[in-house]
Design a protein around this ligand. Structure first.
Ligand code: HEC
Ligand code: HEC
Length: 277
């Protein structure tokens, strides 16, 4: 009897809490403006969620075989990270200052995170913060190089950074292995996961991929039954890969942009699209 009333009270309290949260959402009471600070408890909760999730998921990351190349790390940092996180003596770009949370200076990152945790963060990004994932845009060696560079950022003075930036001139952190790697067999599930990482859901509604209801491009449900691609070519696997990598080559007037897919990602994504009956 006793246990039953305790259970009833617990269920009633849980229902009340769920109802109150639903009401806060429904009435638009939570202020999502980036110009208003998070309340302290919300901020603490978000930071703790981030910290514990990263600690847990980075546990099994195997460290790299080779020592990281710090020059390459500095180059990739300048190109991909400094706009948001700034660099020694260099402020973040104006758009980054309007992000909430603001991208922190990484000078102290080595105190908060181990090398493999920094690698994990850069590879996977952090949802709902503006921290992008780089795994589809940097090689694994470059991810380790940039993580290694970040872990030593505390040793960098503004003078050293300015010298290094001047010395590397117009060099770029280009992804060089993309098309050179031997292709793995196309993997539809890997393709499904890669789709939001290539911006496809910015324009298409794609069955099996969570995203906003945007209809700039046609919805891709039932794509496997499509016989022709835009521009008129038959929707064969090879033509689909060509379309995904360079739409304008098949249809000069298309509004779909080339998104820089490497050959493997294009094969994987094509394999997924062909499962959409
Ligand atoms: C578009 C802006 C943006 C870019 C570009 C960006 N970051 Fe971030 N980064 C963020 C934001 C926002 C956070 C989250 C801050 C928070 O949770 O308080 C973050 C968090 C991090 C963190 C965890 C810091 C901490 O203590 O929470 C690391 C490490 C990091 N970024 C490294 C990088 C590296 C390396 C690059 C380049 C490869 C990069 N970031 C590019 C915006 C960016
Ligand atoms: C900026 C918006 C935009 C983005 C981003 C975009 N697409 Fe498209 N896509 C379009 C438009 C518009 C069309 C229609 C093209 C036409 O008819 O010329 C299209 C057509 C297609 C088609 C042919 C559909 C059909 O019914 O013939 C496929 C397949 C496709 N997109 C897949 C993708 C994939 C996969 C990605 C991500 C790698 C992607 N798109 C990213 C706008 C976009």
């Amino acid at each position: 009897m006793r246990a039953r009333s305790v259970l009833l009270v617990v269920v009633a309290l849980a229902a009340a809490a769920a109802g109150a949260s639903a009401l806060v959402v429904r009435l638009g009471l939570y202020d999502i403006a980036a110009t208003s600070m998070h309340t302290r408890p919300v901020y603490a909760l978000l930071q703790a969620t981030k910290r514990e999730s990263i600690r847990r998921q980075a546990r099994d990351v195997a460290p790299p075989h080779a020592a990281h190349a710090w020059q390459r790390g500095a180059l990739c940092y300048r190109e991909h990270c400094a706009a948001c996180h700034g660099a020694p003596g260099v402020a973040p770009q104006p758009f980054a200052l309007g992000l909430q949370p603001v991208p922190p200076s990484l000078t102290g990152a080595a105190r908060a995170w181990s090398l493999r945790e920094i690698y994990w963060i850069v590879r996977h990004g952090i949802k709902m913060t503006g921290m992008p994932a780089w795994r589809y845009r940097m090689t694994d060696a470059d991810l380790w190089s940039v993580a290694g560079f970040v872990s030593q950022l505390a040793d960098w003075t503004p003078e050293r950074w300015a010298r290094q930036a001047a010395a590397s001139g117009t060099a770029r952190c280009e992804r060089v292995d993309g098309d050179a790697r031997p292709l793995r067999p196309a993997d539809a599930e890997r393709g499904r996961r890669a789709i939001p990482q290539h911006g496809c859901t910015a324009c298409h509604v794609i069955a099996g991929v969570v995203g906003a209801p945007v209809h700039v491009g046609p919805p891709l449900a039932g794509f496997a039954r499509r016989e022709r691609l835009p521009g008129g070519l038959a929707a064969t696997p090879d033509n689909l890969v060509r379309w995904l990598r360079d739409p304008a080559a098949l249809d000069a007037h298309t509004a779909m942009p080339a998104l820089g897919l490497d050959e493997q990602d294009a094969h994987d994504i094509a394999a997924y699209l062909r499962t959409l009956h």
